[in-house]
Ligand binder design. Structure first.
Ligand code: GLC
Length: 556
């Protein structure tokens, strides 16, 4: 299947996220690599995805799973070479799939040559100006130590400020190995334009932009606002580092570069902001084109919550000239097949990130009913795949993989775990290398043990054990993705009220197909029509009924 020059391919694409270190290991060192991905292209093609998003594969000390990039225009030697990358791109293109790479512009890895230069350079030097260095506050008389410029905490626990020994501190919104760039510095902007051009010239079709809302910063206030003040105020134009208006100048400049290619390079921003209307600004055609909408993955398991998320995001996408993005899983959240079964605080069916955090906290071990989780994850997937816009799948989601809870502390890698003394369990449980086969030292991932331990129950989820098996999660995804082709023609959605239950949702697409989903606890009678695909793990006795935690597509 040859790729077309369609400049709008991304609007309705099904994108598959590969976390390279945990996808497939071609050389047996325990880490997944680029050749491993190339060796699994048939699998991706048979799954029926349109594009593959590669999480970072750049040289990195792995302080944050590769999101600490030491060199933006190279491949981590443990993962391969630039030639391997070119071969992977050619093979994906040859198989009809586009390639999206992750770009991490908010911060470097601390091994980046510019950061090393900054550390060696004096205060006030041009080398330090590429990052955000500030003087500490005067020593307090108690212990005579210079104090950090503010009380802000980083995303993984502890301060955002790291002292460098000469009275100055540098800013890191994430781990201390991830120093924030100074985007007011023209050299930083030019360097990233060079990087975007480098990968675009190598045939990359699109970019996923990490932490897009935090690039523009203004830390000139004296004194800097406190955390309490920032929390009260929320993200937006007056926040020192989240969602400032100047960030849009950066992405407008990127868009000019993207549009100099044919077809234009696409982009999707990771944008965590309080106001969804401000998130839509990043998705304007004059900027990134799309921004991740994480609302579904944070929604409670209820018809009303899902309906509101869909309606508001379709409206926002239309208003900004974008198309919506839908996400249930990625490398940062608890896998949907576990998250969707978490007992809620009040109602018994909440699935939001607060519960997910509780799951990760290791505090009270929640009882996770795997059957419920899988049924809901499959229903949610079928619902998502019927929506207008593009759908983002995360590796292993198509196998129904649950979160791995049983990782021993000394084998955990996530800085969130280590920086909070284990209070947050972190994200490793969703990053355990995939099971390809039911046997072998790493279930077909590679020739040796994997870099994160795989539990024995991974055998039950192996891709090869599901391929060709009617009713398996893999075959379910394959059927849904094949059928989804027919939904591309237009981006319209009309709600249907014919299920007559507040616990169910139904909508029709432009070609007359309908999708119904039942969030309730009793079976509902389906309207007339032929069931094209059902999310039920085992077909129910009566195809005319919609069981709890199930979704179906009906024909026109
Ligand atoms: C994004 C990534 C996450 C990473 C963080 C810092 O949120 O998805 O994995 O830890 O940025 O780069």
């Amino acid at each position: 299947m040859a790729l077309t020059n369609d400049p709008n391919w991304w609007r309705t694409a099904t994108v598959y996220q590969v976390y390279p270190r945990s996808f497939a290991d071609s050389d047996g060192d325990g880490l997944g690599d680029l050749n491993g991905i190339t060796s699994r292209i048939d699998y991706l093609q048979a799954l029926g995805v349109d594009a593959v998003w590669l999480s970072p594969f750049y040289p990195s000390a792995l302080a944050d799973g590769g999101y600490d990039v030491d060199d933006y225009r190279a491949v981590d030697p443990r993962l391969g070479t630039l030639e391997d990358f070119d071969r992977l791109v050619a093979a994906l293109h040859g198989a009809g799939m586009r390639v999206i790479v992750d770009i991490v512009p908010n911060h470097a890895g601390s091994g980046h040559v510019w950061f090393q230069e900054a550390l060696a350079a004096p205060k006030g030097s041009p080398a330090r100006d590429r990052f955000i260095f500030m003087d500490g506050l005067p020593a307090n008389s108690m212990d005579n130590a210079v104090r950090p410029p503010s009380d802000w905490a980083n995303a993984f626990g502890g301060s955002v400020w790291e002292p460098v020994g000469d009275g100055q501190f540098y800013l890191h919104l994430f781990a201390k190995e991830q120093p924030d760039f100074n985007w007011s510095n023209r050299e930083v902007r030019d360097e990233f334009l060079k990087t975007l051009r480098f990968w675009s010239d190598r045939g990359v079709d699109a970019f996923r932009v990490d932490v897009a809302m935090a690039l523009a910063k203004d830390l000139t206030a004296q004194p800097l606002p406190s955390t309490a003040e920032l929390d009260a105020q929320g993200s937006g134009p007056h926040h020192p580092f989240t969602d400032r208006d100047e960030v849009h100048e950066i992405f407008s400049e990127w868009r000019e570069l993207f549009n100099s290619y044919d077809p234009p390079r696409a982009a999707v921003g990771e944008v965590w902001v309080d106001d969804p209307a401000r998130r839509a600004l990043y998705a304007r055609p004059s900027e990134l084109g799309q921004a991740f909408n994480f609302d579904l993955l944070q929604a409670d398991w209820s018809a009303e919550a899902f309906r509101q998320v869909v309606a508001s995001n379709l409206a926002l996408a239309a208003a900004s000239g974008s198309s919506s993005t839908w996400v249930f899983s990625n490398h940062d959240v608890v896998r949907a097949a576990s998250r969707l079964a978490l007992p809620g605080a009040g109602g018994g069916n909440a699935n939001n990130l607060r519960d997910a955090a509780w799951l990760r906290s290791g505090g009270t071990e929640p009882v996770i009913d795997r059957a419920v989780g899988l049924a809901r994850a499959r229903a949610a997937a079928l619902f998502m795949l019927a929506l207008p816009g593009s759908a983002y799948l995360y590796q292993g989601e198509e196998l129904g993989l649950p979160e791995v809870l049983e990782i021993p502390p000394d084998q955990r890698q996530d800085p969130a775990f280590h920086r909070t003394g284990g209070q947050l369990v972190g994200r490793d449980g969703s990053r355990v290398p995939l099971p390809w086969e039911p046997t072998g030292p790493s279930f077909g991932f590679g020739a040796g043990p994997a870099h994160l331990p795989q539990p024995s129950w991974f055998a039950d989820f192996a891709a090869s054990a599901q391929a060709g098996v009617a009713g398996s999660t893999l075959e379910f995804y394959r059927s849904a993705l094949r059928l989804r082709e027919a939904l591309r023609a237009d981006e319209s959605l009309t709600w249907c009220a014919d299920l007559d239950s507040p616990d169910a949702l139904g909508f029709a697409r432009g070609n007359g197909w309908r999708c119904y989903i039942n969030f309730g606890t009793r079976a509902l009678q389906l309207p007339a029509g032929q069931v094209l695909v059902s999310s039920a793990p085992a077909p129910g006795p009566d195809l005319g009924s919609l069981e709890p935690d199930t979704a179906v597509w009906l024909d026109a």
